[in-house]
Design a binder for this molecule. Structure first.
Ligand SMILES: Cc1cc2nc3c(=O)[nH]c(=O)nc-3n(C[C@H](O)[C@H](O)[C@H](O)COP(=O)(O)OP(=O)(O)OC[C@H]3O[C@@H](n4cnc5c(N)ncnc54)[C@H](O)[C@@H]3O)c2cc1C
Length: 328
């Protein structure tokens, strides 16, 4: 088996950012992800016909310190576009130049186009869950669920949510376990529905003031999407916590009437629901990334810095810089 310099676990924004920086610095890198595609919480589901629904992250902003180069590169490559939705009311959360300026960015034609572009040129093993690891001499070997070895590397970088990273790194006395355990997540229930009849006149984005739904996005309002009402509704954090163990069908039964109420009309179509167990960071590790130079273990992810996609990217950059400094 080829021994890589670095094995990255997780092909979300943090892992892909770290892997690209490390590869550009001349290291051999392999990335593994348990999902069938890269992107993690930048995820897109197929709806009916040509409809696609971003059921995780809805948009990126430059309010997280990412810097303009990231957005310019994505716009130049054609995998990013600006989005200026019509809001039902002024947005209380974002404070940038919106609605006059191009403040929100979305993937083109879907949010998952962003990680797909980032994964190009990288060696990425998909549908490959890292279930365990062992260090012999200066080589880490990673194992899948059947205890079959899947990669060997000098360094292991975890780029997965902190509760999952803790499970993997705890048996190996990672020196930063304490910082890692400080981080935590809230869950989120997300409902998706494509309408058969194309209605016009609804707002693109709605934030209901009460009830189980926090915000609703019509995917149709994003650039490059089909001209069909495709609703993605995220439940509030409180409702998601209280109803974490519901079956998807039961979640739909409670969320759908609330979406209709917020829109002021009944919506019909086949609804699906997705539960994100680790959706939004509610406590961070308080450091941009975590490194154990003696063990050759490192960790990154949004949970190091904050709850937004930009925090994941910044954390991925930080872990790569740390390893490059140590190995360079
Ligand atoms: C519903 C929702 C809405 C959001 N909306 C926004 C928004 O509008 N704007 C914004 O900026 N942010 C938003 N976010 C947050 C944003 O999506 C995340 O901060 C960011 O995508 C996190 O990236 P990451 O790389 O740290 O982790 P992830 O994206 O979670 O990536 C981790 C990857 O690791 C993989 N993995 C996990 N365990 C293993 C294992 N053992 N072996 C192999 N692979 C493994 C997973 O499959 C996943 O691909 C939203 C999140 C959710 C859930």
């Amino acid at each position: 088996m080829i021994k890589f310099d670095i094995a990255v676990i997780g092909a979300g924004l943090a892992g892909l950012t770290a892997a690209n920086s490390l590869r550009e610095a001349g290291f051999s890198v392999i990335v593994m992800d348990k999902a069938r595609g890269p992107g993690g919480r930048l995820a897109t589901r197929r709806g009916e016909g040509a409809t696609r629904m971003d059921h995780g992250c809805q948009y990126l902003t430059d309010g997280t310190g990412l810097g303009p180069a990231f957005f310019q590169d994505g716009l130049d490559q054609g995998c990013l576009a600006t989005w200026s939705p019509a809001l039902s009311e002024p947005d209380p959360v974002e404070t940038g130049p919106y609605p006059s300026g191009a403040f929100w960015h979305v993937g083109l034609p879907t949010m998952s186009a962003i990680p797909k572009a980032m994964a190009q040129g990288l060696e990425v093993k998909l549908a490959c869950r890292v279930a365990g690891m062992r260090q012999v001499g200066d080589a880490w070997t990673l194992f899948d669920d059947s205890n079959i070895s899947i990669a060997t590397a000098t360094w292991v970088v975890s780029a997965i949510p902190s509760p999952q990273a803790l499970e993997l790194f705890k048996p190996h006395e990672f020196s930063e376990l304490e910082s890692m355990s400080k981080a935590g997540y809230d869950p989120n229930w997300t409902l998706m529905l494509v309408e058969q009849d194309t209605m016009a006149g609804d707002p693109d984005v709605i934030r209901p003031e009460s009830g189980p739904i926090a915000w609703i996005v019509n995917q149709r309002s994003k650039p490059g999407r089909p001209d069909v009402n495709a609703w993605v509704a995220q439940a509030t954090t409180i409702w998601s916590i209280d109803n974490l163990e519901l079956e998807p069908g039961a979640a739909i039964q409670q969320m759908l009437p609330a979406v209709s109420k917020a829109l002021g009309r009944d919506i019909h179509g086949e609804a699906t629901a997705h539960r994100w167990r680790y959706a939004f960071v509610n406590r961070t590790a308080g450091k941009p990334s975590l490194l154990d130079a003696r063990k050759h273990l490192a960790a990154c992810g949004d949970w190091c810095l904050g709850a937004k996609a930009g925090h994941a990217i910044r954390s991925g950059r930080s872990v790569a810089e740390g390893i490059i400094q140590l190995m360079g």
